[in-house]
Design a protein around this ligand. Structure first.
Ligand code: UDP
Ligand code: MG
Length: 334
């Protein structure tokens, strides 16, 4: 039991320095919500008796969120403010938060008060019950039906089918993780929402539980339909990665080879007709097919080789950060 065990420890003789929980919050232009959010998280966490810190990652806000977070981080001991150099997107902001999180368990939630910090203890309890990742499910989601709910429903189904991890609500930011799980995840694009699927591929036990959801009180959503498209494109990459990441040549190579063999066979047959039997083969559709198959085969083969090279470069380039940190303010900054 990661969370409750360490609680006994921190009260007992051998006190552990590691916090029980780090709450990671990506922040982009949420200055009105932040004071309420910090209070809500702090009161829930204090009531739970667990040791915690809050890591707010400012993702290049232009509304004064960064200054407010900085000032708060110098005043309160439970807050770390990580300020990114510019707007990198929610996934990058979360990845930065994971890097500075020291808790045994990590909880993520949105800054806009749409997720309810009061749900955190229940998520942690489920984590303790034997899961590596517990994802929130916004059963009564308070967002626009046509532009948000419908595309999400479709996306959740598709992600479930392609990845084999069937969750009702991949997009819910309110999630709890064992810290080992996120420590070496390489996130990019819109991948934060696929964390359950990525973790599952690595053998993690994934749980889901209903959580509250509120309408936005301040400001407006940073996303529209465009994100759904980006999410779907990332899904394609992920399912591709899952099956073919290691050997893309096996996929393209197979089709390339089939095409090449078929093209060559037809070509040989036509050559036999022409040279062996002296028939004219000038206007045969088969001739065109043979040439097409041959060319396609060669191209697929080259494509496979390129993909193979690309994958190697991809693996080698994994050390590159997807965000840059300007400043980190807070007590005990690691
Ligand atoms: N966010 C971010 N960077 C961005 C866009 C959003 O850090 O470029 C944060 C935002 O402040 C919020 C969370 O990500 O805490 C979710 O954003 P939003 O509420 O706009 O998304 P929605 O709830 O509408 O899906
Ligand atoms: Mg929101």
């Amino acid at each position: 039991m990661i969370v409750s065990d360490s609680l006994t420890q921190s009260n007992g003789a051998i006190a552990s320095n590691q916090l029980d929980v780090s709450v990671v919050v990506p922040v982009y232009n949420e200055v009105e919500s932040i004071p309420h959010l910090l209070e809500a998280i702090a009161s829930t966490m204090k009531a739970s008796g667990l040791t915690y810190d809050i890591i707010c990652v400012d993702d290049g806000s232009k509304d004064g969120s960064a200054d407010f977070l900085k000032q708060q981080a110098t005043e309160r001991t439970d807050l770390k403010a990580v300020l990114l150099r510019r707007n990198y997107g929610q996934t990058a902001a979360m990845a930065a938060g994971f890097k500075y999180a020291t808790g045994k368990a990590i909880v993520t939630l949105d800054a806009d008060l749409q997720n309810d910090p009061a749900d955190i203890p229940a998520l942690l309890a489920k984590l303790d019950a034997g899961y590596d990742l517990v994802s929130g499910w916004r059963k009564q989601r308070q967002d626009a039906a046509l532009t948000r709910l419908l595309p999400s429903k479709i996306a959740n189904k598709l992600i479930g089918i392609t990845t084999g991890v069937k969750l009702h609500d991949y997009g819910c930011s309110l999630k709890a993780y064992r810290s080992e799980l996120v420590a070496d995840m390489n996130l990019y694009g819109e991948l934060h929402r696929f964390l359950p699927a990525l973790a599952f591929i690595e053998g993690a036990r994934i749980g889901e539980m209903p959580v509250r959801h509120h309408a936005r009180r301040f400001g407006r959503s940073k996303y529209g339909l465009w994100r759904t498209f980006r999410v779907l494109m990332d899904l394609l990459t992920i399912s591709f990665m899952k099956k073919f990441l290691t050997r893309p040549m096996h996929v393209f190579g197979l089709f390339g080879l089939l095409s090449l063999v078929l093209g060559t066979a037809i070509g040989l047959y036509l050559t036999f007709l022409k040279l062996g039997l002296g028939q004219s083969i000038g206007n045969r559709p088969l001739l065109i097919l043979s040439v097409l198959l041959f060319i396609t085969g060669v191209q697929l083969f080259c494509f496979g080789l390129l993909a193979e090279l690309l994958m190697r470069t991809y693996h080698e380039s994994q050390g590159r950060p997807i965000y840059r940190v300007r400043e980190v303010v807070g007590h005990n900054v690691k």
